[in-house]
Design a protein around this ligand. Structure first.
Ligand code: SF4
Ligand code: SF4
Length: 173
């Protein structure tokens, strides 16, 4: 994979491996969202899809996710144009908005755990929908904000590919 390919290629021009490596594994997109029927306003919750592994922040059945969770959304360059619910830290959203990847992104650090060490992932902050009850009781502002990294890892020339999970889910009331 070309080093810093995301600075030279458009989202549409990336290979599948490059596209999938953009996912930082934060798990934020797998949190349920609520949308106001009248205003269209979006609210994040801290309630995760039942397939999200709350420790790794990865989908526990990525290969079969679409069958098990039919409203899990496959991110594509075309789909990005119509999606307004990705968190501001999401690499796909950031690149689509002309921004760069943050310092804690695994493609910059070479370490898939840097997203957790930076306090950006949902680890320790989300609960499963199996335990949550009403989503309205779990509205949270933090998933919709750009996180302040607790620790900014040094940039490394080593590029490793994180486990793929470039998918997201929206829950409508
Ligand atoms: S698709 Fe975006 S929000 Fe979802 S886990 Fe990957 S980087 Fe995070
Ligand atoms: S990738 Fe889809 S099915 Fe898997 S945890 Fe996220 S929202 Fe759920």
């Amino acid at each position: 994979m070309d080093a810093q390919f995301w600075t030279r290629k458009t989202l549409a021009d990336m290979t599948r491996a490059e596209w999938e490596s953009l996912c930082d594994g934060c798990g934020r997109c797998c949190l349920h969202k609520l949308r106001d029927d009248e205003t269209g306003a979006l609210a994040f919750t801290n309630v995760a899809c039942r397939l999200l592994d709350l420790a790794s922040c990865r989908c526990s059945d990525y290969a079969h996710r679409r069958r098990r969770v039919p409203d899990c959304v496959q991110l594509t360059p075309a789909a990005l144009k119509a999606i307004d619910w990705l968190p501001p830290s999401c690499a796909y959203r950031r690149l689509a908005e002309g921004k760069d990847l943050p310092d804690w992104h695994p493609l910059r650090t070479g370490d898939p755990d840097s997203v957790h060490r930076a306090g950006v992932s949902v680890r320790g902050r989300a609960m499963s929908e199996r335990d949550a009850g009403a989503l309205e009781d779990h509205v949270a502002a933090w998933p919709g904000r750009m996180p302040r990294a607790r620790h900014t890892p040094a940039v490394s020339p080593v590029i490793r590919r994180p486990k793929p999970a470039p998918v997201a889910k929206e829950s409508l009331p």
